[in-house]
Design a protein around this ligand. Structure first.
Ligand code: CU
Length: 383
């Protein structure tokens, strides 16, 4: 009995300490939220990260933002190889813009972007280049934004010197010392929120000797969307911070939205051509198990380290905030499906098509497709 009393007393004092902590944290949180606009109705719950620890909820008027018909970055929209043998000063201008666009037909979302697309522009520089990067934040933005490039050595990868309020511009310089394919992203406020809403892209620092020659290069990034409504729910969908904290995305997509790399957005090549995919994973939670159905990667540069590739790989991991480079030759015509091989994620949007045209090679692959078989049937039945 005496023992129980002691336990009860200890428990009580722990509770008192804990509630004091809660009050202190809440006070800090509401202090911080003053930096944001009145558009927020943030519930001041607690988390323990170094960034803003508000649970981001925001009531927005969608008519305040620019409408973008297609948020997705085309996979073929990236600069050509640099082809130069000495370092230069490279000027890059990026713009943080918040827009309204579609996750899927009739499903609208308040995307935060670099240059109006998800992912943002593919940046391409050479080892030892000096990069002067300016970040402008559109005056219609509801938040300040920054840029953190994983190719940068220095505080915050640029974040520490690029925080821009709506309407402002900031410029910083860095030396691209180390070749590789790197993710860049916004890291303002609560960084995970800015990434989940679409503020990410990639920068390639080409090695001095360049990369091997291929016929096509493509730019793909996996990302997650945490909407209030469940998958498929129509109408405007608010961001849901609770689902992000729980790592339960409603959508997992390639290049910003469902279906971005299908139909008009599909990747195209011809039999015999060599393909290079630059693939990044914005996360913010899931590791991607990247695979192309019906292909074997001839070379994989694991985690986008460009020094020593693996050969003959089926599926490769892309960490959140990481990238990979895969190369393969296409040898047979048809559709090849790009997936995260955690395959239920394709139902959430994580798939695309590589369409290959050209002649068949019977020694490589032969069989009867359903189509062939129905032809056969037609023949036999005299049609
Ligand atoms: Cu941002």
């Amino acid at each position: 009995m005496k023992m129980n009393n002691t336990i009860a007393k200890n428990l009580l004092s722990t509770l008192v300490i804990f509630s004091t902590l809660v009050i202190n944290f809440s006070a800090q949180a509401s202090e911080k939220s003053k930096n944001h606009t009145s558009k927020h109705s943030s519930k001041q719950k607690i988390n323990f990260g170094p960034g803003d620890h508000y649970q981001h909820e925001m009531d927005i008027n969608i008519s305040d933002y620019k409408k973008i018909d297609d948020i997705s970055k085309q996979a073929s929209d990236l600069p050509k190889p640099l082809n130069r043998n000495r370092p230069e000063k490279v000027i890059i201008n990026l713009k943080a813009v918040e827009v309204i666009s579609k996750i899927a037909p009739n499903i609208l979302y308040h995307y935060w972007t670099f240059n109006n697309t998800v992912p943002g522009p593919f940046l391409r520089v050479r080892e030892d280049d000096t990069v002067e990067l300016s970040l402008h934040n559109d005056k219609s933005s509801s938040h300040s934004h920054v840029i953190d490039l994983h190719a940068v050595t220095g505080p915050g990868g640029g974040k520490a010197v690029t925080e821009v309020e709506p309407g402002d511009t900031k410029t910083f310089s860095f030396k691209a010392t180390t070749p590789g394919l790197y993710v860049y992203h916004c890291a303002a406020g609560n960084p995970a929120t800015h990434i989940a809403n679409g503020m990410y892209g990639m920068i390639l620092v080409e090695p001095k000797q360049g990369l091997s020659k291929v016929d096509h290069e493509f730019y793909i990034m996996q990302g997650e969307l945490y909407t209030k409504g469940r998958i498929g729910k129509k109408g405007f969908q608010k961001f849901n911070s609770r689902k992000m904290l729980d790592e339960r995305p409603e959508y997992i997509v390639f290049n910003g939205r469902t279906g971005a790399l299908v139909g008009e957005g599909q990747l195209n090549a011809k039999v015999g051509e060599k393909i290079r995919l630059f693939i990044g994973n914005a996360g913010v939670a899931k590791i991607s198990s990247f695979h192309v159905i019906g292909e074997i990667f001839d070379r994989v540069f694991p985690e986008a380290s460009l020094s020593s590739p693996l050969q003959n790989v089926q599926t490769t991991l892309i960490p959140a905030g990481g990238a990979t480079v895969v190369e393969f030759q296409v040898d047979y015509p048809g559709n090849y499906v790009l997936v995260d091989h955690a395959l239920a994620r394709s139902d959430r949007g994580a798939w695309g098509i590589l369409n290959v045209t050209g002649s068949k090679n019977d020694s490589l692959y032969i069989g009867e497709t359903e189509k062939n078989m129905s032809h056969e049937k037609d023949r036999h039945s005299g049609h």
